[in-house]
Design a protein around this ligand. Sequence first.
Ligand code: PLP
Length: 363
Amino acid sequence: MTKYNRVYNFSAGPSMLPLPVLEKVKEDLLNYQGSGQSVMEMSHRSDAFKKIIKEAEEDLRELMSIPDNYKVLFVQGGGTLQFSMIPFNLLRNSKKADYALTGTWAKKAYKEACKFGDIKVLASSEEDTFTWVPKFGKEDVRPDADYVYITTNNTIYGTAYNYVPETGDVPLVADMSSNILSEPVDVSKFGIIWAGAQKNVGPAGVTIVIIREDLLGFAGAEVPTYLDYKIHADNDSMYNTPPCFAIYVAGEVFKHIKETGGLEAMQKRNREKAAKLYDYIDSSDLYKSPVAKEDRSMMNVVFVTGDAALDKKFVAEAKEAGLVNLSGHRSIGGMRASIYNAMPMEGIDTLIKFMKKFESENK
Ligand SMILES: *Cc1c(COP(=O)(O)O)cnc(C)c1O
């Protein structure tokens, strides 16, 4: 039996949070550190909240080794609002941008950007239902493009970039919604890194934007105020009321990651978890991974039996066994185990044990 009788939650997002963080939040809930109130009830202009947001930023900077010439912003609107904020702010000269299509989210970002500029598909694996990640380099990028856009981890298809594409002087923008903080990254290789919190960071409601300072200040006069990154940068993410509680919980997650060894240790644990699951899938006669080996995601493990009815049975029986949210995205079916930072190794072991039992019963 797990503590508090909690399930192993393989949801793609919102997803599991580290138990020690939830316990800390519970402890703080009614009276945050002697303030006599919860963070939900507190003025965002109070000293207590200012400390929370400042520490969240400092801890994130430390964890990701974010260079000083980058701003860290906490904004709202989910991942989806970034699909328009990015072209609004970055289509600043030629109004051209090059997008790599590696899945549903990349495609949505591309379609949104097409409303605002001359947008080119730089590379795509759509003809193979996004089961691999197309390679590209500097020579594939239009030299006068305002930016290049990639999705580092494709949440729905279970693929990931295992390298940072070279784009020369053209800034690289990366949607890291589903793999931020899963491993160290060299922030200096990117113009913008952004991530919705609800996959690997905290509760839904806050989106992290890490932006190189020279990319601020290009939103046109017609751009809505809230959508101008510079407004958020100039006001330390407090232009208006920020998503206070979500920022507070994300901040507790950052502290927890620091206390458990930072991103190097996180990467090691994530590699072990993913390798164990993929190795079992590859060795089994029943389950198959549709994803090219070198492009497999550490965060979202997609697998199928090849029989849609059997997949359905798997998901239903797994749920009975306390392993929930294992169905694949509604667009592709099959199964998907999202094993973000907060999924413990016991969750992987319990899943594999269940998969073995199911395999033996369904030969
Ligand atoms: C979930 C997700 C999004 C969209 O996030 P919302 O907050 O639901 O708008 C965008 N990109 C990736 C990679 C995602 O996983």
